[in-house]
Design a protein around this ligand. Structure first.
Ligand code: ACM
Ligand code: ZN
Length: 538
């Protein structure tokens, strides 16, 4: 709770005489500043013109109260701070924010647009007042003010995401929610949740409860755990220690490390994210990166020895996949669900009699086509449940149908986006060459991301329409704590936010860098343990 209140100090307002310069990340389409300040006062009302905005008004009320200590009312109707939807269009995220001495008006076409306006409002507030105590008009008084501005704004891409991997190292619901709060401040709207992998299965599945049983979701130290602990000792760095809160005494095994999310917890995270305008995109990785499931149910494995990938020769595997995704579909309300599909050790299939039979009976050429057969089968299943399939770019190999969306992650395969979009498939960009936030940083990393051509330059206008946006991936083999995650993700996430929101022609490092420097104070106020701009520590 203490951390949460620190988070909201980002909203602390300051002396009228020391109003912060308007400094928004990502850079809005247009900002016009005028004279005058709107002063927040105890008892003010947040009004809204459409009942769907009630959760947004409550969200803003909580933010303002936790910063100022004032109480705010929310009501359907008119308020000093007004949230209005006009010409409703759910797919339109644009917003306009007008503030003057009398109040603040945020207008948008959708709930998400209003949330984007609230993110900008949060950033219009000075970061922190000295003891919140300001000299104004000859009197000492508290003064929380918002500068007079007109801001018009619209995103360049609709997919602006972060992926978190709570499998390699676990993150609690509270830690996950804090990341969602930070994402919302920078208009990042897709939270890709990598919920299964070799090291554990983190989503409760009612049909297969053993997946998250004590000896499955918890583990003895693995290679990466030991690397983290060695580094913690060598560098005297507590952010590399596995937190005690994730250890548990398991009968017959001793103290194990791990955790999982119950379905109630998952629903709670989804709702928390939805209020903040963020879709939660689940990933249950198949047919590879599934060692935890194969170990739990040996019949999933070609040689029944618990090693991945899933045996695609057996119908029981297909039934397992469908039942797991059934529960995913019940929990997650969004269109996109990721099947993963990366780094599959397909050689195992060429040595498996069941898989060989499948290749023959389906008239497939090779093991790549066997993976494509599985992906297409699942794709039909997803579509029949009203969902669209997403997968890492290996799903291209062996053939892909048009409804699949590709996550381009292999930066060393620069033709992936060209090929996918030429075939008519949508692409989300996350090449490791720019957007793997678990990769070490140096003092040039930020500029490399900001100035980089993350959108390949060789695409036609038709192909560009198939670029849904971009996201950064935070793989957590070497990230055992929230503090370390923040160190790796910030301030890179601010560069990502601007790359994804602001059109390329309006991106300028010389303009971004001073804004970023000012934002570091905001990150300080929020208690985010980001990597300082000049440091030798990797
Ligand atoms: C991946 O990094 N294997 C998607
Ligand atoms: Zn097999």
């Amino acid at each position: 709770m203490k951390r949460l209140s620190v988070l909201f100090t980002s909203l602390l307002l300051c002396a009228g005489t020391a109003m912060a310069a308007v400094n928004i990340i990502p850079k809005p389409t247009s900002v016009v500043e005028r004279e005058g300040t709107f002063r927040l006062k105890n008892g003010m009302t947040i009004g809204y013109n459409n009942p769907v905005l009630a959760p947004a008004a409550t969200y803003l009320q909580d933010l303002l109260t936790q910063s100022t200590g004032f109480s705010f009312k929310t009501k359907a109707g008119k308020g000093k701070i007004q949230l209005n939807i006009v010409l409703p269009d759910e797919n339109n995220e644009d917003y306009e924010l007008i503030s003057d001495k009398k109040g603040v008006l945020i207008t948008a076409h959708s709930y998400r647009g209003i949330i984007n306006g609230i993110a900008t409002l949060r950033q219009l507030m000075p970061i922190k007042c000295r003891q919140n105590f300001c000299l104004f008009g000859g009197f000492h008084e508290f003064y929380w003010g918002i500068p007079s501005v007109t801001i018009k704004d619209a995103p360049n891409f609709h997919w602006r995401g972060l992926m978190l991997d709570p499998v390699r190292h676990f993150f609690s619901v509270e830690e996950t929610k804090r990341l969602l709060d930070q994402m919302a401040l920078y208009k990042l709207n897709k939270f890709h949740w990598h919920l299964s992998d070799n090291e554990g299965f983190r989503m409760e599945v009612k049909a297969y409860p053993e997946l998250t049983g004590d000896s499955m979701a918890w583990r003895r130290f693995n290679y990466h755990d030991r690397q983290c602990l060695d580094r913690a000792a060598k560098e005297n760095n507590p952010t590399m220690l596995l937190p005690w809160k994730f250890f548990k005494e398991v009968e017959g095994f001793g103290e194990l490390y791990g955790g999982y999310y119950t379905q109630d917890e998952i629903r709670d995270v989804i709702q928390y994210a939805a209020i903040r305008g963020i879709d939660v995109i689940p990933e249950i990785d198949m047919p590879g990166h599934n060692g935890s499931a194969c170990w739990c149910y040996r019949w999933l494995s070609c040689t029944q020895d618990g090693r991945e990938p899933l045996c695609l020769g057996r119908n029981t595997t297909i039934e397992f996949a469908e039942k797991v995704y059934d529960e995913v579909f019940q929990l997650f309300p969004y269109e996109y669900v990721s099947i993963g599909g990366d780094e599959v050790n397909r050689r195992r299939w060429s040595e498996c009699s069941e898989c060989k039979k499948r290749i023959e009976s389906e008239g497939l050429k090779d093991v790549s086509e066997l993976q494509a057969w599985f992906t297409k089968k699942m794709e039909k299943y997803f579509n029949a449940h009203g969902r669209r399939i997403l997968g890492w770019d290996e799903i291209l190999e062996g053939g892909l149908s048009k409804t699949a969306t590709v996550h381009w992650w292999r930066g060393d395969h620069p033709d992936v986006t060209q090929k996918s979009t030429a075939m008519g498939n949508e692409v989300v960009l996350c090449p490791f060459t720019f957007l793997y936030f678990d990769y070490a940083q140096d003092d040039n990393t930020l500029r490399h991301i900001y100035d980089g051509d993350i959108v390949p330059v060789d695409l036609t206008a038709e192909q560009l329409k198939l670029i849904k946006g971009m996201q950064a991936n935070i793989w957590c083999e070497r990230i055992p704590t929230e503090a370390r995650m923040q160190w790796m993700a910030f301030p890179r996430a601010l560069a990502l936010a601007e790359k994804a929101w602001t059109p390329r022609k309006d991106q300028s490092w010389d303009d971004f860098f001073p804004r970023l420097q000012a934002h570091l104070k905001r990150l300080d106020a929020m208690g985010i343990q980001y990597r300082p701009l000049q440091t030798k520590r990797p």
